[in-house]
Design a protein around this ligand. Structure first.
Ligand code: ACO
Length: 436
């Protein structure tokens, strides 16, 4: 990265400050404002960090206008076609595709860490029968920190890597158990001779059979979904991971916070919201009326729009194809017709076209999860499993970045000036006087 100095000059009264322009490999260049407060006493105001790069990163690149997503330079379409989730996780974390030997060792180490302490199981069993699986996942991931107190040694590279492997391996186990709990089924232990997604499907769906073998089409579809969801640069949950991690807490606590950020309906909870919306619409004939409600500002079209993509989300395109292969095995999801009609109308309507609102990753993923037999509460959990690799890659990068400090934004204070404390018996009189 090279620096052009004095590309922007900020004048404040007598003094002036040059803001060096930092060049990115691709995408937006950045003005370095790190000396602003010290030199001028002023801050920038940027709600939602829409204009702010919070870090330098070499992990994931998105071009929202062109609909491009790349992990470590590799296009998402190629990874979805050629790679596996664990290979993609390796790529995100180490920066390069593994050799055969590296991949075999990586898969072996992740597989060895899939079991969790029996007390974690007991902890999960203590949840109410109707506990939201995402709440169970967030809590049980946080609880893991108490089983691995060494994880606090975040300055030690070896410790960081062990915890990274543990988290990638154990989150699917916790996720599957959250689902089993919601169904009142016994928890299924990992079966380590199965692949990553095959084992996950076994922990989800195995009943009386001694060995559960998933349909290879569904196993591969899940692999593709996991690859597509593995990272997405500085989104709300990745920022939460980095932000919490910047206090040097252990990665379990940080990842639990990141999962909590993902839970919200404006982020990873959107796939759940999409299914609720499609069910509410109920029939293709009701789509035009629903679109009118959206345009009237009454409701949002869930699964549409994105802070970065102002074009078709490339993941949505791949998921749409994956959905077709899944439906061939599971049967067609009746809500698909409503989704297709919504997309068709929205893509032609001036309201959506002028605001560059396109389907995002969540628009079709929920339909696949539902076809697999999952309740909507499991959808954000299905997002959190693969995103674990991305959160950890972001965390690992942040921890060793000498430029990073504890995340601590400033504010533009708009509250009251200094005033004197009023004893409680005098408050009514003071308030009456101020109104008069
Ligand atoms: N339905 C209807 N109108 C929308 C939608 C939507 N889904 N999304 C944005 N708009 C409108 C806004 O009302 C606004 O209109 P205005 O200019 O008339 O006021 C305009 O489009 C711009 O929207 P913003 O809210 O400024 O966009 P922002 O970048 O802040 O929000 C977000 C992005 C949160 C994803 C938003 O599009 C949204 O709420 N979408 C629905 C929820 C969703 O699908 N989230 C998943 C995102 S993908 C993920 O996190 C994995």
């Amino acid at each position: 990265m090279s620096i052009d100095t004095a590309d922007a000059i900020l004048r404040t009264g007598e003094s002036q400050l040059s803001l060096p322009l930092l060049h990115s490999t691709e995408g937006s260049d950045a003005y370095d404002v790190s000396k602003l407060l010290k030199e001028t006493g002023r801050v920038t105001l940027d709600p939602g960090f829409v204009n702010t790069a919070s870090c330098r990163s070499a992990i994931t690149y998105i071009d929202g206008d062109a609909g491009i997503l790349r992990y470590r330079g590799y296009p998402i379409e190629q990874l979805a076609e050629e790679s596996t989730y664990l290979e993609t996780a390796y790529l995100l974390i180490f920066g390069e595709l593994p050799t055969e030997g590296q991949l075999a060792a990586w898969v072996d180490e992740i597989t060895r860490h899939t079991f969790v302490h029996e007390n974690v199981k007991r902890l999960m069993e203590a949840f109410r029968y109707d506990a939201h699986p995402m709440g169970m996942l967030i809590s049980s991931v946080a609880a893991l920190s108490t089983f691995y107190p060494d994880a606090l040694r975040i300055d030690d590279a070896e410790t960081r890597m062990i915890e990274t492997k543990r988290l990638i391996a154990k989150v699917p186990t916790l996720a599957a158990w959250a689902y089993r709990h919601s169904r009142g089924f016994p928890y299924v232990y990992p079966q380590n001779d199965l692949g990553f997604t095959g084992n996950f499907l076994s922990m989800m769906f195995r009943m009386a059979e001694p060995r559960y073998v998933a349909d290879p089409v569904l196993e591969r579809a899940l692999e593709v979904l996991f690859i597509l969801h593995a990272d997405h640069e500085q989104n709300c949950s990745a920022s939460a991971m980095r932000s919490i991690g910047s206090s040097h807490v252990d990665p379990y606590s940080a990842l639990s916070g990141a999962a909590a950020a993902l839970y919200g309906p404006l982020h990873g909870g959107a796939n759940e919201a999409v299914l609720r919306m499609l069910a509410e619409i109920g029939d293709v004939r009701h789509v035009p009326a629903y679109v009118e409600r959206v345009k009237g500002g009454e409701v949002k079209l869930m699964g549409f729009g994105h802070r970065v993509y102002k074009n078709y989300d490339p993941r949505a395109r791949i998921i749409k194809q994956t959905a077709d292969s899944v439906f061939e095995v599971t049967g067609r999801n009746p809500l698909l017709d409503i989704a297709l009609e919504l997309e068709r109308i929205a893509l032609e309507d001036e309201y959506f076209v002028s605001r560059k609102l396109y389907p995002n990753v969540d628009f079709y993923s929920g339909l696949i999860y539902q076809a697999l037999g999952l309740p909507v509460g499991m959808f954000p959990v299905m997002f959190a499993i693969p995103r674990t690799a991305g959160w950890l890659a972001q965390w690992l990068e942040g921890i060793v970045d000498p430029e990073q400090k504890i995340a601590r934004p400033r504010q533009l204070y708009l509250g009251s000036d200094e005033r004197d404390y009023v004893p409680i018996e005098r408050r009514a009189a003071v308030e009456a006087a101020s109104v008069a």
